[in-house]
Design a protein around this ligand. Structure first.
Ligand code: COA
Length: 592
């Protein structure tokens, strides 16, 4: 079938559905939901059999749903309606939630139900639930709905005809007054629920040392205490604030400056002038997960295997985080382990250099340079490890420099639901570094490597395996994946041929080094990056600005809008006008 995605953006859920639906043999083209006329035009050009809306912020125009079946992915249980459904589910402490695939009609979220899948809730950030439970449920429900549509004969029932032990209802937009924290009265659990329900958007409006800001990226601390509302400690980028019965860490904040746009940054960076009297709370690298506290880097060891966790918010790694991670890596490399597993974080493995920290720096070009060199130093330490075998365990998605950092490991395993974006071009034609010119051909070959880098599209884990980018992918949820990784790593550590494997690795590295030193790869890549950062072409700086400030799309890139590519390639008489239209920078309505 020809399936058109009508979506606000090509976000993680949309990317995952894209790889899953293509894998089923369907043809998918994408149009960003910019305005009614452009959406109607996309439908006319593509003539889809079915329209899927994975992530919408506005209603689908009647001119479309009256003539086509449009399946809308709604992150709520059957019967549930409204714009803040997941936020309410978290704030109200629901034990179970779900995803419903509805057919668009005149009433928002009230169409007949093609499929629905429920899941148990987890005390986690909204963004984490969205990237994990909601995404997995949406994949199951959308594939089921597509199957029903393709088979024909299915009549989707109205929501109120579906009997379920959990019933949804209309819920209004959650406002900042619903989210407000009362530091004197709220306990730790309530504070966490409020911040989680607003993470990553819109955040909870609050005030710290008189500075108005939105709060994100919270976790509890089981030891620190203070007067309710008091800032009691700082650690790396985060600050710790006392509640009535404990304390919570806040990793990121967005300053509110009336009339100005701003973006999320590590809390201690935004508040740097105000934290003079706040004590540092150092934490040893190997403190176990039983201690509840803020840690972005952690290490544990089990049966000859070292597991290095690095859970950076949104997978973005700034120069300081890269430096600290490299130091931790060099330290654990001295341990008498045989295998080191690079765990990344549960939601993202890594998304490369930290575009927000770069945007906030006095010189974005200098900070980009510092950040990419710190990434390269880290990659170099992994590539040159000669005492252990290394595994990159991709539990969450990874993109751009993060993918190439993972390729520095000897083996790569991914959870089957992971999506990889192994290219830099979407960030203003960034050339990229992290030794990708060495690492990518080594795995995927020259021709396939070039193709991967230039097609700018996401790859599912299975497709990444097919392309030779990763060694294997494993089905299952986070716990099952972790169990599988442990068994792979332990088997490798126990391998009777371990010494032979290490010898072969060192010999290969020495041969590669004499053919072309790592330093040369790096210098060549950084020559290109210097032009990206300091050259005349501002594309990278413009793309980064648009990304960080979330400038709404005003057109759909042609590599996604395949219906528009076709028009361009056919050379039909209407082609120039349509291509021009797709590339025109039409003003976008304000995002909801
Ligand atoms: N630096 C800073 N922030 C980043 C980031 C990076 N490298 N990569 C992702 N983020 C942030 C996004 O701004 C967003 O922030 P939010 O919490 O305010 O919403 C959050 O991570 C999630 O990203 P989003 O785009 O909504 O997630 P997604 O899962 O839908 O898409 C990507 C994932 C990786 C495709 C997309 O985030 C991306 O293109 N990232 C940039 C990768 C890159 O170019 N890195 C630099 C070159 S090495």
């Amino acid at each position: 079938m020809r399936i058109l995605f009508l979506t606000h953006s090509f976000n993680s859920l949309t990317q995952r559905l894209y790889v899953e639906i293509i894998r089923q043999g369907h043809d998918v083209s994408i149009e960003f939901d910019i305005n009614d006329d452009v959406a109607v035009e996309a439908v006319r050009l593509y003539r889809p059999d079915l329209i899927v809306a994975p992530y919408l912020r506005r209603a689908i125009p009647a001119a479309i749903w009256q003539h086509h079946v449009c399946l809308v992915v709604h992150p709520g249980i059957v019967g549930d309606r409204g714009p803040s459904v997941l936020d309410w589910a978290i704030l109200n402490g629901k034990a179970e939630w779900g995803v419903t695939v509805l057919q668009a009609n005149a009433e928002m979220d009230a169409g007949p139900v093609w499929a629905s899948v429920n899941f148990p809730m987890r005390p986690a950030r909204k963004s984490s639930l969205y990237r994990n439970e909601v995404t997995e449920a949406a994949v199951t429900a959308v594939l089921q709905a597509i199957g029903r549509f393709e088979a024909g004969g299915f009549v989707p029932p109205p929501a109120d005809e579906i009997r379920s032990h959990v019933n949804g209802k209309w819920q209004p937009l959650m406002t900042q007054s619903d989210r407000r924290i009362d530091w004197q009265a709220d306990d730790t659990r309530t504070v966490l629920q409020k911040i989680h329900a607003a993470d990553g958007f819109p955040g909870v409006e609050d005030e710290i040392f008189g500075m108005a800001c939105h709060l994100y990226d919270a976790c509890a601390d089981d030891r620190l205490r203070g007067a309710p509302g008091e800032i009691v400690a700082r650690r790396h980028g985060a600050i710790c604030r006392a509640t009535r019965d404990g304390a919570v860490w806040i990793g990121h904040v967005k300053q509110i400056v009336p009339g100005e746009k701003s973006f999320k940054l590590p809390a201690s960076l935004v508040l740097r002038d105000k934290l003079g009297g706040v004590p540092e709370a150092p934490l040893p690298l190997d403190v176990g997960p039983e201690r509840q506290t803020y840690r972005d880097i952690g290490y544990r060891e089990k049966r000859g295997v070292g597991y290095l966790h690095f859970d950076f918010y949104n997978g973005a790694m700034n120069a300081d985080q890269c430096r600290r991670l490299r130091e931790a890596y060099l330290e654990i490399r001295q341990r008498p382990t045989r295998v080191i597993v690079l765990m990344g974080g549960p939601d993202f493995w890594s998304n490369g250099i930290h575009l927000n920290s770069i945007e906030a720096a006095d010189s974005a070009a200098d900070e980009s340079w510092r950040n990419i060199n710190a990434m390269d130093d880290l990659a170099q330490a992994i590539i040159t490890t000669d005492s252990q075998l290394t595994i990159a365990a991709l539990r969450g998605n990874t993109a751009a420099g993060g993918v190439f950092l993972a390729l520095a490991a000897d083996r790569l395993y991914a959870r089957a639901g992971v999506v990889l974006n192994p290219h830099y071009k979407n960030m203003g034609n960034l050339y990229g570094s992290e030794y990708w010119t060495y690492l990518l051909p080594r795995r995927a070959g020259m021709a396939r490597g070039r193709e991967i880098m230039s097609n700018r599209l996401p790859l599912g884990a299975a497709e990444a395996k097919q392309a030779g980018l990763i060694d294997d992918c494993f089905d299952g949820n986070a716990d099952e994946f972790m169990a599988r990784i442990e068994s792979e790593a332990e088997a490798l550590a126990r391998d009777p041929d371990f010494t032979t494997l290490i010898d072969a690795k060192c010999k290969q590295r020495a041969a590669d080094e004499s053919a072309k030193p790592l330093e040369t790869y790096r210098a060549e890549e950084l020559e290109h990056m210097k032009l990206n950062f300091y050259g005349f072409d501002p594309s990278y700086h413009v793309a980064r600005y648009n990304f960080v400030f979330k400038v709404p799309h005003s057109w759909t890139p042609l590599h996604l809008a395949r219906h528009r590519q076709r028009i361009r390639n056919t050379g039909r008489s209407d082609a120039p006008a349509l291509t021009a239209l797709s590339e025109a920078r039409t003003p976008a309505p304000a995002a909801g």
